[in-house]
Each structure stands twice: as structure tokens, then as C-alpha cells.
Design a binder for this molecule. Structure first.
Ligand SMILES: Nc1ncnc2c1ncn2[C@@H]1O[C@H](COP(=O)(O)OP(=O)(O)O)[C@@H](O)[C@H]1O
Ligand SMILES: [Mg+2]
Length: 317
């Protein structure tokens, strides 16, 4: 089998309890429960596959029921799944408590994701791919090595630098063709990149910059294409030869913004193949996919299918 998009990333199972308020230490309160798949890598793979691309996922799970759930999910979604089974750690999980105002408290254990090794990534898969997409949510060292390998093989490499911490290793950017951070991740990258000359740069600063200044900062990151996603303000595209803003796709209800970025990135990658590397077209496709995802609750479950995106594409922009 050969997949056009290979996603190297994380799989988690989310356990979500909703209650009127957070419990106090030692207290037990009633609530309602739901569980579902998560992990940025797996969510983005689902978004890519549903939006029409042949997709493979490489990740690591534990030798447990949650890992079996991951296998079954990817099979249902038509994703070529390469899950390394780790005996020394459980499948990644997150306990999420949501109160009546929508605030959340989360405990996460990335578990087996952190054990993903370079040897778990089949080289033949990388060789056959058109696009290799990654996020540093699993094992960052493996992600870095794999993106470098994919870059050397001449593949289009896409990095969603999420989640990002102040100790993020920016050397990975040398292997990236298309960087897709949200506003928080972009601000951190600017702080960490000496060429940006702005070690105190904040998200607030980002929103005060004019487009030319924002484009200059993107250029200083040293990546050919940067797409900053800006939540309900759409996104900003910076390429070597210019910059452009894209609005969100309007007209759909906003129900749950969880996974907006994952829907955008997965569909963008798939759009890039569908539209022969036309980045603005892929962004428009991705913006519709993200708006459709936001109009439904859940993350993976809300990822839209190609035909739904197409219907809106004919009306849009
Ligand atoms: N309320 C919204 N309505 C429509 N589209 C949205 C909305 N919020 C986000 N999007 C789309 O999803 C993309 C990614 O959202 P963003 O919040 O930037 O990512 P993340 O989930 O990584 O924080 C945005 O660029 C936009 O196109
Ligand atoms: Mg956001």
C-alpha cells in the first residue's frame, strides 16, 4: 500500500466528565461521562483521510484496550495504521473535567506516545509519500529525525508545532517546508528564534503588527511557507514572494472549537494534493473543513467528509 499523506504523531483516548462545577479536593459530585479518540496526530490523520487523501498514520500505543480502540478506529476511517505496541507504557490518555461555563481541567499521560522511535517509522512509507505531516506531541526527537529524513527524500514536510514549550528545539525548522502554528505557537517560535530579534514577543504583540511586519517575522523563521491560524480571525499566509490573509468560512454555527486546528491542518494537507500544490486553494478548502468541524461537537468525530467540504467550496470565496 502507498499513502499520499503520512502523519507521524500522537494518539490519546480522552475521557470527559461534565459537571456543574469542579469538585473540591476530597469531594465527589455527579456528572456525565463520554469518551472518544484524540491526539493531534490521529485527529489530523482522520481529517486528511475524510477530506479525501489516502493517509497513513504512524504512532505508538500501549499493549491495552485503548490501543486496540486506536487500531479499530483507524481501520474504520480507512487509514493505513502503523501503531507500534509498547509494553512499557499505557496508551496515551487524558482525564478532562468540564464545568458548566465550559472551562476545563485536564490531566494527561502521553504514555506510549513518548516511546515512539525512529525505527517504528517504516522508511518505505516515507519514500512513497507525497506529504509527511508531524506534530511534536509524541516523541519530539523521533519527530525531528523523521522530518529530516522526509526532507532529504524530497517530500513536502508540514509541521504543526503543537504543543509547544519554551524548550522547543527550533532546529527542526530546517527540515520544514510548511509550518502551521496557531497564534500562541507562533509567538513562542518568534521568542525562541534569534533571527526574529524579539525574545519577549507575545500573542498580543502579534495582533498589533501590520501585515508587512508580520510577514517579516515569518521570513525570519527561515521556513518557505508559514501559515499562522488565528482562530475566528482566519489565517495569515507568508511565502517567500508575498503574504495574504484569509478570513474564516462564515455562515455555519459555532458549536465546539476543539480540534479546529487539527481539521484545518489535515484538510490543508489533503487539499494540497487535490489542488496540485496550490496553497491558497488548499487554505480555502481547509478553512471550510475547520468551520464544518467547529459546527459539530467533538474533535475526531467532527472532522468533515470531502463531499461536505466540496458543497461549501462551490458557494465560497
Ligand atoms: N469560530 C470559528 N468559525 C469558523 N472557523 C474557525 C473558527 N475558529 C477557528 N476556525 C478555523 O480553524 C482554523 C484553526 O483554528 P485555530 O483556533 O487557529 O487553531 P487551534 O485549534 O490550533 O488553536 C482557523 O484558521 C479558522 O480557519
Ligand atoms: Mg485556537
Amino acid at each position: 500500500m502507498a499513502a499520499d499523506i503520512v502523519v507521524i504523531g500522537s494518539y490519546n483516548q480522552d475521557f470527559v466528565w461534565k459537571a456543574d462545577r469542579f469538585p473540591k479536593p476530597g469531594e465527589t459530585i455527579p456528572g456525565t461521562f463520554a469518551t472518544g479518540p484524540g491526539g493531534k496526530g490521529s485527529n489530523q490523520a482522520i481529517a486528511a483521510a475524510r477530506s479525501g487523501a489516502s493517509t497513513a498514520f504512524v504512532g505508538a500505543v500501549g499493549n491495552d484496550t485503548l490501543g486496540e480502540n486506536a487500531q479499530a478506529l483507524h481501520k474504520r476511517e480507512g487509514i493505513e495504521s502503523h501503531l507500534a505496541i509498547k509494553t512499557q507504557a499505557p496508551t496515551g490518555s487524558a482525564a478532562i473535567i468540564v464545568d458548566a461555563t465550559g472551562q476545563n481541567q485536564i490531566i494527561g499521560d502521553m504514555g506510549a506516545n513518548l516511546e515512539l522511535q525512529e525505527a517504528d517509522v517504516p522508511e518505505s512509507l516515507l519514500r512513497k509519500a507525497l506529504i509527511v505531516l508531524a506534530q511534536p506531541e509524541s516523541n519530539p526527537a523521533t519527530i525531528r529525525a523523521t522530518l529530516h529524513k522526509a526532507h532529504e527524500l524530497g517530500k513536502i514536510t508540514i509541521l504543526n508545532p503543537a504543543p509547544i514549550a519554551e524548550n522547543f528545539d527550533i532546529s527542526i525548522l530546517n527540515a520544514v517546508d510548511i509550518l502551521i502554528p496557531n497564534e500562541l505557537e507562533f509567538a513562542t517560535l518568534v521568542r525562541l528564534t534569534p533571527a526574529c530579534r524579539n525574545p519577549k514577543f507575545s500573542t498580543e504583540d502579534l495582533f498589533t503588527l501590520n501585515d508587512a511586519a508580520l510577514h517579516n517575522l515569518c521570513r525570519s523563521l527561515g521556513v518557505a511557507t508559514v501559515i499562522i491560524t488565528l482562530g475566528n480571525q482566519g489565517c495569515f499566509l507568508s511565502e517567500k514572494n508575498g503574504h495574504r490573509r484569509f478570513s474564516i468560512y462564515h455562515g455555519l454555527p459555532v458549536v465546539d472549537t476543539t480540534g479546529a486546528g487539527d481539521a484545518f491542518i489535515g484538510a490543508f494537507s489533503s487539499g494540497l494534493i487535490q489542488f496540485n500544490n496550490n496553497i491558497p486553494k488548499a487554505i480555502q478548502f481547509a478553512s471550510i473543513a475547520a468551520a464544518l468541524a467547529v459546527s459539530k461537537s467533538g474533535a475526531a468525530a467532527a472532522m468533515p467528509k470531502a463531499e461536505d467540504i466540496q458543497k461549501h467550496l462551490s458557494l465560497a470565496f
